[in-house]
Design a protein around this ligand. Sequence first.
Ligand SMILES: [Zn+2]
Ligand SMILES: [Zn+2]
Ligand SMILES: [Zn+2]
Ligand SMILES: [Zn+2]
Ligand SMILES: [Zn+2]
Ligand SMILES: [Zn+2]
Ligand SMILES: [Zn+2]
Length: 1754
Amino acid sequence: MAAAQSDRDPPSALCAEFLNFSAKDTASRWLAAADLQQEVYAHLAVYVPRILCLGPSGSSSSREEQREELACQLLLLAPLEWLLLGEEPATGLALLQEKNQPSPLCGHVFKVGEPTYSCRECAADPTCVLCMQCFLGSVHKEHRYRMTTSGGGGFCDCGDAEAWKKGPYCQKHTPTETRDTEEDPVAQLPPDLVARGYSIFSIILKYAVDMLTWEQDDQLPAGLEPPEKGDTYYCMLFNDEVHTYEQVIYTLQKAVNCSQKEAVSFATTVDRDGRKSVRYGDFQFCEQAKSVIVRNTSRQSKPLRVEVMHSSVVAHQCFALKALSWLGQVIQYSDGLRRILCQVGLQAAAEGENSSLVDQLMLNDSKMWKGARNIYHQLLMNSLLMDLKYKKIFAIQFAKNYRRLQTDFMEDDHERVVSVTSLSVQLFTVPTMARMLMVEENLMKTIIKTFVDHLRHRDLQGRFQFDRYTAQQAFKFGRVQSLIGDLKYVLISRPSEWSDQLRIKFLEGFEAFLELLKCMQGMDPVVRQVGQHIEMEPEWEAAFTLQMKLTHIISMIQEWCSTDERVLIEAYRKCLSALSHCHSSLPDGEQPISLSLAGHCVETFRYQVSQDKVSIHLPVCRLLAGLHVLLSRTEVASRFPEQLPLGELSPPLLIELPLRCLVLCAQVHAGMWRRNGFSLINQIYYYHNVKCRVEMFDKDVIMLQVGASMMDPNHFLMIVLSRFELFHIFSSADCRKRYREANKDVVQQNNTLIEEMLHLIIMVVGERYVSGVGQVEAFDEVRREIVHQLSIRPMAHSELVKALPENGNKETGLERVIDSVASFKKPGVTGRGLYELRPEWNKHFNLYFHHYSRADQSKAEEAQRKLRRQNGEDTALPPPLPPPLCPLFGSLVNLLQCDVLLAVEGAVLQWAVEPSGGGWTESMLQRVLHLVGVALLEEHQQLENSSGDDDVTFNYTAKITRPGEAPSTSGSVLALLESLQNAPHLEVHKDMITWILKMVTNIKTMRERTSSASTVTISQGQGPEETVRDKDKAERKRKAEMARLRREKIMAQMSEMQKHFINENKELFQQSLEELEASTSAAAEHSPLSSEPSCVSQVCVGPRRVGGAERRQLVTCILCQEEQEVRGHGRAMVLAAFVQRSTVLSKNRRRNLPDPEHHDPLFMHPDLSLGIHTASCGHIMHATCWQRYFEAVQLKEQRRQQRLRGHTSYDVENGEFLCPLCECLSNTVIPLLPHTHSPDHSVDHPNLEAWLRTANQQIAVLHFAHRKQSDGVAEGAEPAVPEGFRVDFTPQNPFSSSVSEMITTFSMSTYKVGLKVNPNEQDHRVPVLIWSTCAYTIQSIERLLMDEEKPLFGSLPCRQDDCLSSLTRFSSACWTAAPATTTHTHFIRLLSALVPDSQVENTPCILDIDMFHLLVYTVLSYNSVHSLDQSGRSGVDSAHLHLLHLVTVAHLVQVLLTSTTEEVCMDQDSLATEEEELTCQLYNTLRKHLGSVLPEVTSGWQLFHCVKVGVLPFLRAAALFFHYLNSTAPPADLLVAGPGQWEALCSYLSLPSNLLQLYQSQHTLLEPLIHRWCCHPGVRQTLQGGGVIVRFPRESNRLIELPEDYSVLINQASSFTCPRSGGDKSRAPTLCLVCGSMLCSQSYCCQTEVDGEDVGACTAHTFTCGAGLGLFLRVRESQVLFVAGKTKGCFYPPPYLDDYGETDQGLKRGNPLHLCTERYRKIERLWRQHGIAEVIGHAQEANQTLVAIDWQHL
Ligand SMILES: [Zn+2]
Ligand SMILES: [Zn+2]
Ligand SMILES: [Zn+2]
Ligand SMILES: [Zn+2]
Ligand SMILES: [Zn+2]
Ligand SMILES: [Zn+2]
Ligand SMILES: [Zn+2]
């Protein structure tokens, strides 16, 4: 309406002014004016409200927009441009650009979804990205890069030297001449231009800022008030994050009376732009809408924001945005103008600080609507951020305002991407800028302080307290986390040089950070719950979120400290004093307790983890541990340790809190904290998890190492024992007794605690792979992690990445190491590439690797033992050789030989003498043996390294030889070990004990030969008898193991057979649908293929055909296991089947789906645009058994629906069920029918002419009879009735009622699915649809065999073979269920296409008929006509053969008519063959009939070639058809692929191998037919371009070509806009793999109504493109989507892999992705085999969450 109106009624006043207005004159008038601003404002005041916002904007047409745009340009912007340039703007700007020396920055601003690239080798940090253009022209495309999709905002860093360690410029942005970056670009401009620039930019920028920050609805700033002010208002709706789309749409429909569609459009715009006027009119009118909206949305939450604004205010705001965009454009032409704008923007106004225009914008950011923010942010990026000088000044302003901006952001309910605070990434990640801001604006401290101040929930001790915090607080907590991101940017690159200023400011920041950590130290304390379970799970996630977010910051701060010794020592001091502050709360006033064991004494706190408060959060301790390790790496530590502030430490105090935390974990593990619920379990989980462990668990272990290295080892261990609450067990002589008497739970608990404690000691003394603790590099640390991951099993790249901690740059260091320890195995068509540990690294395996979970540990142990057995080695898993310790930690080794540990070891070994009755565990023993092993390795190592003269102080062997001093032990540790060696109950540990004893012997030998530097290796010195005995035993063990494995495998196989064999073989199943051989399929049926050697002259059609043999078919019902013979009169047997519509063969996807009620399917068009496909899993049941089964399924479904709503993976109401054996999706059953009889050789075989004559007579009789039936009387003479032909004859039904019933069942399913109608047995189309699915299925299988170059016969899997055979035989019998006249009429109509019949109307021309379908239909429908012939003189077989001949000739003609033989000059030397001559003859006959419509072709060779190739698929399909119809064995030549097919095929079909003879031999008979075919008006019309010409052979359909590089697709998708909402970016661009259309999926804008229901773009598309079935690629997600109908779908792995052979669904990892052709072909094959629906079914069965997805909205 609106558009039409504005057409008729243009704003004529304006129109006149348009013509008279001169921008040039206006500009010169302004130039002359005294007060330029006043003049410009006056102009704007007049024109802006007259150009913009003149009516309801919801309905404004694009024409209207164009008019506005034009008027703005001509009347408002052009004068400004004239004024600025002083000449014709186009010329002026071109000149400016020409003279400009552009900065090398690319600065391309990213759109949502656009691909961005970062180089993992050269980028300064992961925020440095390139746009696609720059990336392709850069050196980084050869490097290891990462690809992501942009979330919008941010720009390309190409040209920023600081962002890249190497290659900062792409080819395009490489600076041509060395340019002085300090040079002022303004100096390049003419001075008068500069002056005008300043004044215009100031006026316009000020105008825009004033308007955007304007808060009055009815007034305008001074000078802008319109000359006349009408009563025209807008009702403006603003965006918020509280109300949902649905709420807004619903409210709008009510409030402004708009349609659903308009409401959706309003809501979409509000969401995108932040505001939208929803009504235009007088004040009252708008006010009314406002109150309805407010009333309707205020119930549950705060109401939607709505304002009624005067149209002139809205108009000026609109123009302000346009003006800002204009500024952005103008400065693109000249760096000088850009700098002028920067200056104008940042110039402080008279009001003083923070008063520049840019400041005003920033400070009002949270008040502006989204659209305004986006435009001014964009301008900031184009101006300030592109000018290096002003970027700095801006950064300072930004830092100065930081606190306030963040505070505003906390209150703002918009996402961060539209907040000005998100610009921090552009400023803080530039290292020099970050440093400058830190020094000048104390940025680090500011950020941390702001952060701490915003987290206000504290407990009495000032610690954070997150429990009981509200949703509002949670929201704020989410917001405040972005500050951590800013801090990360600031710290992301370490300084290479330190100034004193930087040191001071960093340490100030560090102190602020310590304050933050102090608030976290001890938060969320827990107390063990005894007796009762806790009532409510305490909140724990917030604290861990904080910890997780800070993890990288903590690591980065340590990295900063590590680069400067002075800073490090000072930071260490500060941290230490912070820790003492935290410790002040420890109960030191209490009486200490005194412990004594093994002759040593120590005093400690009275504290028990199991009774007192304990917290997992100890960031201050852990930071100190981290700094301590750094100190250990410095030179000071090795040379002047006295200079370190170590003296201030009390080691027992240092270890106290971390030890408590580790004991807590042990106790949780021992089950002592069960009543504390899941929150504690979760906390413990995260404590060890890769995301947190670096700054939690790892540091606690280090802190214990720090403490232990500074304490008497005996004291350390006694405190550990005491904290584990195990001291009493080892301290007294009768401990064993007490221990035994205790109750069983306690014994078990203590056993676990002892295991955990021993493990802790192993870690404290053995974990040395941290640079600073041991003498290793970061490289070694990563490598060790990988070795241990791969010791569990081979892993994919992404699994390894997940198992390793990432640093702040999202790097794990994996790539540098992986190839040195592992070999890569490429993936197949499924699965992913795997890394396998190289064998030489097995010896580095440590069973007690500290990052193993218990499950990992046992898996790794099993894998390693298995490996060793396979290699014929003993199964001992001794500790690997540890790296040497750093000096500061050197004394740790003394733990191994201290008296307390020896006492503990002795005690455990002593217990182990007796078989365990619960008093000890094997794990305990195993750990002790490990510790003994570590000690021996240490001693061995020290001996080897000693030069001989200095005595090795570490003497473990001596100590374990001495009898035990501890009260409980009787013998020495060594003696105990020797006695345990052959203990029968310790068989498993025998190898390890043997290894230990050998080590002891070795070391003794070494000690004896102290002077000679002997190196005795460990592996030697085994007695020969011992080896033999061991080998024997190993062999026996191996055999037993093998037998066990075999048994297990058989058991597993059996259980698979019984249940869910698909589920468990999913992988296998998906590999190839066709490989699945149905084991119980009709075994006797396919014997002709294999067992019967086929004779040479096998014929499948016509009187000479070889009969289907009177073989009995015996089949077994899968449900009752009974055997049954297939007989027409017997119990019906059925085959589970799935019928679906298909467009797989379609050559015309534009054809509309047929109207179900009026569609006449009798003639299939050769474009095959819609077919019906039938498939089967090949499983056979009794009809009755199946019916019972299906009823049970229905009943179950009813019950399920009563209980809960939702879908199952199959649609029971539409007859779907899963095959009871293989769970294959099915929706009907095909009845099995017996073989057809062998031909009757006693009857005549009329020639074609005679047969045609008879047929014509029969038809004439039928015509007459039909007429008589319908009109009551028949006119004309009764035609002559052929002998024995009885029209009223009703043939006896050859089938039992149960078989007939199943015939109807399958007929109805096909009818229902094929036409999408309700079942109707009386519909005359029923038999046609059955013939159709028979023909279509055969055709599609023929195509598959052809394309896969498989032989026509013998290569089909049983299930397809069974399916085709049943389907074909069924089709030939289905007429028995239909009324006789129906099939007769069909036959008459079908035949009239070949033999034109004047009594039949509307026969299509031969170019519009698929000949194979015609063949199948005529053959199958003739059966019913033939049944009337009671003469017994003619066989049905000769009729079949004649029909085949006729159709073949018609097809020849069809092929010739559509052949486009471009005349190519061929050698005409060789004599034309007979075939070629005949082809030419036929072609010329056709030309005689059609004339110039057909081109002249002289090359017979070419024509014949065309014919042969074109007709082949038809012949192959026909061979399949008659093979299955008549059960004739195929000739040997067709059982193999390759040459010789043609002759074999022709002879099998009883055709001359020179097909043209068909025509030649019946020349006189066929000539008139051909003439009449050609004269059908449709032929001429089609050939002249009036219809779809299908050429033969029809090319097979393939899925679309995909690019090799995935980023090409991403780029394509990022420039794709939603087709419905005018140029908007689509959120989920999705590519149809069938036709290549890009769709706007999963979005309101592109929903379409299909059958009365709104569906998403993908679902809607499937109905036009795939008859309800679709294959898509979701580009943003890198995910394939299968959709079937409205309710079913699943995701499928995409055919794109990274270099590690893995897909990246969701594009999370960002490795470059490349097309894997094999996988794509696999998807294609799935589609062409019609297997998609089944894949969806299986996916949904396996994963119930898929069922709940609303697929129709995608
Ligand atoms: Zn770029
Ligand atoms: Zn570039
Ligand atoms: Zn690079
Ligand atoms: Zn049965
Ligand atoms: Zn099955
Ligand atoms: Zn859309
Ligand atoms: Zn499509």
